[in-house]
Design a binder for this molecule. Structure first.
Ligand SMILES: *[C@@H]1O[C@H](CO)[C@@H](O)[C@H](O)[C@H]1NC(C)=O
Ligand SMILES: *[C@@H]1O[C@H](CO)[C@@H](O)[C@H](O)[C@H]1NC(C)=O
Ligand SMILES: *[C@@H]1O[C@H](CO)[C@@H](O)[C@H](O)[C@H]1NC(C)=O
Ligand SMILES: *[C@@H]1O[C@H](CO)[C@@H](O)[C@H](O)[C@H]1NC(C)=O
Ligand SMILES: *[C@@H]1O[C@H](CO)[C@@H](O)[C@H](O)[C@H]1NC(C)=O
Ligand SMILES: *[C@@H]1O[C@H](CO)[C@@H](O)[C@H](O)[C@H]1NC(C)=O
Length: 436
């Protein structure tokens, strides 16, 4: 056996050990970018491994990264030739050649994709890329070593596609329902369940502490002080939208975004009157309720929004709260902060319940998730999505913060906790330090 051969087989054995280890759940930190109100997930990629910031896109079909020459240096990257089964399974719509020096994102006969920027709604033609990724092992309470996810498939992009994304971000991590999303690939490599969970950090997670994204695990999810939030989840089915709204059309492809069966919105227990047809997804993919990490504040189609605002304002009179005349755009309902009493769940304002498929399954929204502090005011953090909104309700980042959300692709259901502040913890309370 040549020395080189020995080294290679040693590496392979080492690798198999990592893969077959019994703990195959992972955790990655999520931070919030104040300027854009978008979320950043940090993941190690390339060889040698490099910690890299990606925009977190819950509905993203696949991930992509800036392959500008000199930005992408890795000894493990390769391309996917056109016409291969892997290229076909990516639903590639193009094959691309390259007339620049060969390198990541620049090969001939290379499987091409259309990575999308959901913020500025743009796409480019770019080559697929395969490389090693690494995620931090966890048992749900403490963090362990990095473990490699070999042959991770993503797309290249050039830096034009980074427009509108937070500073320091080099690409996008797609967490959608597709077979090539980050959670789907990670669960395939480790033959673990495709169940992931997000706890987006909110303002109460103060001091900029990151919130965790868990992969390949239904729990436990421990937060300080020793609270397993997986025991506080309630579930609602995930609903499939038959039509995807990607910039590039993939015919006969359902949406990779997550929809749920919202049937009613109650404020202080009083239901809004909403036309049920708006809450169901029609054959063209319109209507229904979607979750989006790209939408900072929940948007409601105009007819729902108008009824929502009216009922919320009515209910707030009982709390002696009077709406100010000059609200802070884009919000329409603001109160003088001094008039609003605050408790451990945030400003004491009318409670909003998102009622799901059954009356006793509701996502409760307290002031900490409904109200946005702007200078001397507290404003209701919901916005008018307009008459033409394709989804009638889009649950945005602000309303997801400090909530644990579990996306279970095995059982096709969403587990949600409502505000974890109720349990005296917050999303910044997962212990990422590896010194225990
Ligand atoms: C692709 O093929 C063309 C024509 O044969 C050649 O000029 C070019 O250098 C090749 N590109 C790469 C990246 O190898
Ligand atoms: C995803 O993968 C599964 C299992 O390999 C396959 O049955 C399914 O058709 C794939 N879905 C899509 C949209 O390609
Ligand atoms: C679905 O709803 C949209 C928006 O209301 C409408 O334009 C479209 O025609 C509807 N499609 C079907 C099949 O009803
Ligand atoms: C709000 O209160 C006003 C005055 O009491 C009433 O006319 C109106 O119907 C109420 N609106 C809602 C949505 O409850
Ligand atoms: C609202 O104001 C009235 C009159 O000042 C007072 O009697 C009442 O207790 C207040 N209600 C609340 C909920 O603060
Ligand atoms: C949503 O829930 C209602 C009430 O349980 C049910 O009738 C309806 O079929 C559900 N819709 C979907 C798409 O699951």
């Amino acid at each position: 056996m040549s020395p080189l051969h020995f080294i290679i087989s040693f590496i392979c054995i080492h690798f198999n050990l990592i893969i077959s280890s019994s703990t195959t759940s992972f955790v990655s930190p999520i931070t919030r970018d104040e300027l854009t109100q978008l979320y950043i997930i940090s993941i190690s990629i390339k060889t040698p491994l490099q910690s890299t910031s990606f925009l977190l896109d819950l509905g993203g079909k696949f991930s992509w990264i800036d392959c500008t020459p000199n930005n992408y240096i890795s000894s493990t990257n390769h391309y996917i030739p056109c016409g291969t089964s892997q290229c076909n399974s990516l639903y590639s719509l193009a094959c691309s050649n390259c007339f620049k020096p060969s390198g990541p994102g620049c090969h001939n006969n290379s499987c091409a994709l259309f990575p999308e920027n959901p913020v500025i709604k743009n796409t480019i033609l770019a080559q697929a890329l395969v490389d090693s990724l690494a995620l931090t092992l966890t048992d749900g309470q403490t963090v362990g070593q990095l473990a490699v996810v070999p042959n991770f498939v993503l797309s290249c992009c050039d830096d034009s596609l980074l427009t509108g994304l937070p500073d320091g971000v080099s690409g996008l991590a797609g967490l959608g329902r597709s077979n090539y999303s980050l959670p789907a690939q990670v669960s395939r490599v480790y033959a673990s369940p495709n169940i992931f969970a997000l706890c987006l950090p909110g303002p109460s997670s103060s001091s900029e502490l990151p919130g965790p994204a868990f992969f390949n695990t239904a729990g436990p999810y421990y937060f300080s002080p020793n609270i397993d939030l997986s025991t506080h989840l309630i579930y609602t089915p995930l609903v499939l939208n038959p039509i995807g709204f990607t910039i590039i059309t993939y015919y006969n492809h359902p949406s990779d975004e997550y929809f749920i069966n919202l049937t009613s919105i109650n404020i202080n227990g009083k239901p809004l009157s909403i036309s049920q047809s708006l809450l169901t997804i029609n054959k063209s993919g319109f209507g229904g309720t979607r979750l989006s990490t790209i939408t900072p504040y929940t948007t409601l189609k105009t007819s729902i929004y108008d009824a929502f605002i009216e009922l919320f304002v009515n209910e707030s009179y009982a709390l002696n709260l009077t709406v100010i005349d000059d609200p802070v755009s884009p919000f329409e309902v603001c109160y003088v902060a001094d008039d609003v009493y605050c408790n451990s769940l945030g400003p004491a304002v009318p409670v909003i319940d998102l009622v799901m498929h059954s009356e006793d399954v509701f996502w409760r929204i307290f002031g900490g998730n409904s109200m946005v502090r702007i200078g001397d005011f507290w404003c209701l953090g919901f916005v008018n999505g307009g008459d033409d909104a394709r989804s009638s309700v889009v649950i945005g980042g602000k309303q997801m913060e400090d909530n644990l959300l579990q996306f279970d692709l095995e059982s096709e259901r969403l587990g949600f906790s409502s505000s974890v502040l109720v349990h005296d913890t917050n999303c910044g309370s997962f212990d990422f330090s590896d010194d225990n």
